[in-house]
Design a protein around this ligand. Structure first.
Ligand SMILES: *Cc1c(COP(=O)(O)O)cnc(C)c1O
Length: 429
């Protein structure tokens, strides 16, 4: 037993499953999760002192790499001034102004502490604004774990979803319609049938919670057009893609203007900041200006906002996203070439600083395709990479992330590890 095994055993005595968020438990790949002790740049070290190249970046926030000196200094300075006041602060104005400057669709923005809160609040707002009940989400997209979003597709195409988690009454999800991602026809059908009671459509324009599946432009544009035609609110969930696939997020890549956008992850730079914002006439329906209730004791926390604000400043350096994208592309094309040499069925792609690895012969278009991936090969690959000191997401259904600290040297080290890992996968086939 190594230190990680011992800690996992001990953690399970006091924490359900030994972890505070399920994917950390290595449930699908097996083995003990690694207990991390520290990180720097593109690397993390576990409690055994083993070093890993980090491709999860805390699931997205660490776009600058770990421990950027300016971010750490900003956090220290904020800590020295007090941890939380529960009152308005000037820094909240600064981050709101910064978000508006970067994302033109944002007229007003409300800070919260997690993406889950942003999603839950955005949906309540859309319902309050439209006076309608129904919401449309897509299979494989994740918008946090609030009740009405924990739904799996119904048995027929246009039936309402059933709860996908215990503890969620069917009466809570009866207004949630789950449709296939990238299926324009189904979306049109849903609007034709229920259009006058659809409060909102919520979508990840580049889906990152079923591995990575970019929305087809015609799908995203049809969604915009239908929302406008039927008076529904378009909520684009940029918790993962915001400041990640491009400075302006997925909406800048597709050229769409959401009514409401959700943010999280990068926006906090590694601390709990998330947000939802958009059209002023919609946002002004929120308390204290309007009748839609929403609140938070630690919303806009001064230390967390200092961290996010400094991160948002640093990612606007000249050429940042060109460099980030180039490194992600170098990784995915490198992995594809090595897999091909080894004779392993595999492909990979990236959008900005986010990437997907697929044990499939072609890029998936939606959840059903992602489900077809070869799980056994992935698990072998994952553990071989981990042994070689490369930490990938421990699930076939997660995207990966690079930071600006993933230099050529770091990517080369990764590809060297991948040569051994793909050989193991090939040997097992
Ligand atoms: C991570 C994520 C969320 C949830 O954010 P939390 O901060 O984990 O609650 C919501 N939507 C998307 C697209 C995400 O990737």
């Amino acid at each position: 037993m190594d230190t990680n095994d011992i800690l996992f055993e001990r953690a399970r005595q006091s924490i359900p499953g030994g972890v505070n968020s399920p994917v950390r438990a290595f449930g699908s790949v097996g083995g003990s999760p690694r207990f991390m002790k520290k990180a720097q740049g593109a690397y993390m070290w576990d409690e055994d002192g083993k070093r890993y190249v980090d491709y999860i970046g805390s699931w997205g926030p660490m776009i600058l790499g770990h421990n950027h000196p300016e971010v750490i200094r900003a956090v220290h300075d904020a800590v020295d001034q007090g941890l939380t006041f529960g009152c308005a602060t000037q820094r909240e104005i600064l981050i709101a102004e910064e978000i508006r400057r970067i994302i033109p669709s944002i007229e007003e923005v409300r800070l919260v502490s997690s993406g889950t809160e942003a999603g839950m609040s955005a949906i309540r707002l859309a319902r309050g604004y439209t006076g309608r009940n129904k919401i449309i989400k897509f299979e494989g997209c994740y918008h946090g774990h609030s009740d009405s979003l924990l739904v799996k597709a119904g048995s027929g195409m246009l039936t309402f979803g059933n709860p996908s988690s215990a503890g969620v009454p069917a009466s809570v999800t009866e207004h949630t319609l789950v449709l296939e991602y990238n299926n324009v026809e189904q979306l049109e059908g849903a609007f034709k049938q229920y259009g006058d009671d659809i409060a909102c459509v919520i979508v990840e324009a580049v889906a990152g919670n079923m591995n990575m599946v970019p929305g087809k432009p015609e799908f995203i544009h049809a969604m915009c057009e239908l929302c406008t035609r039927y008076g529904a609110v378009l909520i684009v969930d940029e918790v993962m893609t915001g400041f990640r696939v491009a400075l302006g997020g997925a909406q800048s890549l597709y050229g769409v203007v959401p009514d409401i956008t959700m943010f999280g992850k990068v926006i906090g730079g590694g601390m709990p900041v998330a947000a939802f914002g958009g059209r002023r006439d919609i946002m002004e329906k929120i308390a204290p200006c309007g009748p839609v209730y929403q609140a938070g004791t630690l919303s806009g926390n001064p230390v967390a906002v200092a961290c996010g604000l400094t991160t948002l400043k640093l990612i606007q350096e000249e050429g940042f996203y060109d460099r980030l994208s180039a490194q992600a592309t170098k990784l995915t094309t490198g992995l594809e070439a090595i897999a091909k040499d080894a004779g392993v069925t595999f492909c990979a792609r990236s959008v900005g600083g986010m990437f997907g690895l697929y044990f499939l012969d072609q890029y998936p278009q939606g959840f059903a395709d992602v489900m077809k991936a070869d799980a056994k090969s992935f698990n072998t690959f994952f553990h071989a990479m981990l042994d070689e000191g490369v930490y990938l997401a421990p699930s076939l259904f997660e995207a990966g992330f690079v930071s600006i600290m993933h230099t050529d040297e770091v990517i080369d080290e990764t590809l060297e590890a991948a040569r051994k890992a793909f050989a193991k996968v090939a040997a097992q086939q």
